[in-house]
Design a protein around this ligand. Structure first.
Ligand code: DGI
Ligand code: FE
Ligand code: FE
Length: 383
């Protein structure tokens, strides 16, 4: 059974145990994959830590063991190479079963050396009870007919536990009790793992504090900000972090906002304008409660509503992503999206113009930062 095991959770342990029992296997090996940090938007736990967590998780599970085969080799491991090596290790008489999830089964034919995989090895597919829908049944039949592949079903209650959710909880300082074995949680705490995953901490916070529509908006801003960062040479990781947190203070009550303004020592003039306060409160909370002190990220959150004179690339990206994410609809949004395909500054100018026009129509006070942001960008353009 392969996987990231970052961290191993009871879903993995149950699947391995159920597979061993239901299919009568002599031994189950859990083989953590080498993870490439640059391919993930977060820092994975090291191979040593993931092996140790597996060892601890499997202490009470006879016949199930961690295996460091893929970690010990250089580069990306292909499953067909790992299975070849296991066949060699256990001898030609050994019948190997590869334990996978239902979604992987559907994609098996796209894997490297799929034909070898399908002809030489059998599979145990874990799925939620009752999840064997027609597509899976057809797939199984089809693979069996064309390659003679033997595929066994394992029904597994905890199959949809998500390691992402577990990391989010841990990063937010919550326990993952009931999701990972207690010994593994102790190890995670003692090693300080998953604590600095700020994005996970932010996601856990906004899932709890934002209304569904606001959460969906935030997710779209995140995607848009990462896209803009790639397009204009910004830092996609910083853009992602700023976007996740940017509206974290949006669904607070007036009392709550006032309390934060007081506790955080923010300027009183924001008190009666929630739209202006929420971005400043968010930046201050990120710093105080999530330990984010990158000034660029904090500035991008603090200025996302109004903009300001001298905006950095990241500030422009977050400001614009918030304004043009696919859920937005106002008269000029299509035009601004089109401009944002190639000209970040001009798109920001058009957005600021539209905000000012809108606020005038509403007879609302226009923040000096909004006006100066526009003037600054216009001046730089005419130079
Ligand atoms: O938080 P979002 O809704 O995603 O978006 P946002 O942070 O850009 O907030 C938008 C609201 O803020 C919108 O109703 C207009 C208002 N706003 C933007 N600039 C100014 C402003 N309100 C005032 N009073 N003054 C401004 O300069
Ligand atoms: Fe906002
Ligand atoms: Fe927003």
């Amino acid at each position: 059974m392969g996987g990231s095991f970052d961290p191993v959770h009871i879903g993995h342990v149950h699947l391995a145990a159920d597979a061993r029992r239901q299919a009568g296997l002599d031994q189950v090996l859990l083989i953590p994959a080498r993870l490439q940090p640059f391919k993930l938007d977060r820092q994975p736990a090291s191979g040593e830590d993931r092996m140790e967590m597996l060892r601890l998780a499997l202490l009470d599970e006879p016949g199930i063991e961690p295996c460091s085969y893929e970690l010990d080799r250089e580069g990306v491991s292909y499953t067909f190479l790992t299975l070849r090596a296991m066949q060699e290790r256990f001898g030609p008489e050994a019948q190997l079963y590869f334990i996978i999830g239902a979604d992987s089964l559907l994609k098996l034919e796209t894997w490297k050396n799929a034909e070898e995989l399908l002809r030489n090895y059998a599979y145990i597919v874990g799925s939620r009870p009752g999840y064997q829908d027609q597509e899976l049944k057809d797939c199984r039949e089809d693979l069996h007919r064309r390659y003679g592949t033997e595929i066994l079903w394992i029904e597994n209650e905890q199959f949809d536990i998500s390691a992402t959710r577990i990391r989010e909880r841990l990063a937010a300082g919550e326990t993952a009790e009931g999701l990972i074995p207690p010994r593994v949680e102790e190890y995670i705490r003692s090693r300080g793992l998953y604590r600095n995953d700020v994005n996970a901490g932010g996601l856990a916070y906004i899932r709890r504090h934002l209304k569904p529509s606001r959460l969906e908006h935030t997710m779209r801003v995140r995607d848009e900000a990462v896209k803009l960062a790639h397009r204009f040479g910004g830092d996609p990781k910083k853009a992602e972090t700023a976007a996740i947190f940017h509206d974290m203070a949006k669904n607070m009550s007036g009392d709550e906002m006032n309390r934060h303004i007081r506790d955080l020592g923010l300027d009183l003039r924001y008190l009666d304008e929630p739209n202006l306060a929420h971005s400043k409160i968010a930046a201050a909370l990120m710093k105080r409660d999530f330990g984010i002190d990158d000034p660029e990220i904090l500035a991008a959150v603090a200025s996302h509503t109004t903009g300001r004179a001298g905006m950095s690339l990241l500030e422009k990206i977050v400001f614009l992503a918030d304004a043009i994410e696919p859920g937005r609809s106002y008269p000029s949004v299509e035009e601004i999206r089109r401009i944002a395909e190639e000209d970040l500054d001009l798109a920001c100018i058009r957005m600021l113009e539209r905000t000012i026009a809108y606020l005038k129509l509403q007879k609302a006070d226009i923040d000096p930062d909004t006006i100066m942001a526009l003037q600054d960008l216009q001046n730089k353009r005419s130079e």
